[in-house]
Design a protein around this ligand. Structure first.
Ligand code: THU
Length: 163
């Protein structure tokens, strides 16, 4: 028998005043983006901001649809926009925040599996982690310096599909 063990690392901060100025700025932008979510069905708003290596900023928010599965999460709105408009440019840092209209979210919300699959493939494409900052409406802040694979240590990856 062989054992596969993977270790993950998440920094936890109590308030954003403990963060470096750039991270505070990205969280602020993520909050602004979050308020632009179109989420009349779930009443759950998510904002996702990407800082690219070329200093460009990409903003995303969840966009829902009456035909529920047609909607898209904030993270994929942002990462696909980055791929479409800044091809070849890696993402340095990503900030994600969430707010519900009917209750208070005081813990960081980790992206869904479909978003993590898309984000981890972006990381693999460039061989660079997307440093990830997470916060709910308030409460503790999580920073994953090793990127989104922190939350999805294994992902669907078949190199042959690129042939
Ligand atoms: N949502 C995101 O934007 N990101 C995630 O990672 C998970 C969920 C959105 C989708 C939907 O509009 C709402 O949150 C409730 O699921």
């Amino acid at each position: 028998m062989q054992l596969i063990k993977k270790e993950i690392e998440i920094e936890v901060y109590d308030t954003d005043s403990e963060l470096q100025a750039e991270d505070q700025y990205l969280l602020r932008l993520a909050r602004e983006s979050m308020e632009l979510a179109y989420a009349p069905y779930s009443r759950f708003l998510v904002g996702c901001v990407l800082l690219l290596e070329n200093s460009a900023i990409v903003k995303g928010s969840n966009q829902e649809n009456m035909a529920y599965p047609s909607g898209l999460c904030a993270e994929r709105v942002a990462i696909f926009y980055a791929g479409a408009n800044y091809p070849g440019v890696p993402v340095k840092t990503m900030a994600i925040v969430a707010r519900a209209q009917d209750y208070s979210i005081q813990t960081p919300i980790v992206s869904c599996g479909a978003c993590l699959q898309s984000l981890t493939e972006y990381e693999k494409q460039f061989g660079k982690p997307i440093r990830t900052i997470l916060q709910g409406e308030g409460g503790k802040i999580w920073i994953a310096n090793k990127g989104t694979q922190t939350f999805m240590p294994f992902q669907f990856h078949v190199e042959e599909l690129k042939r």
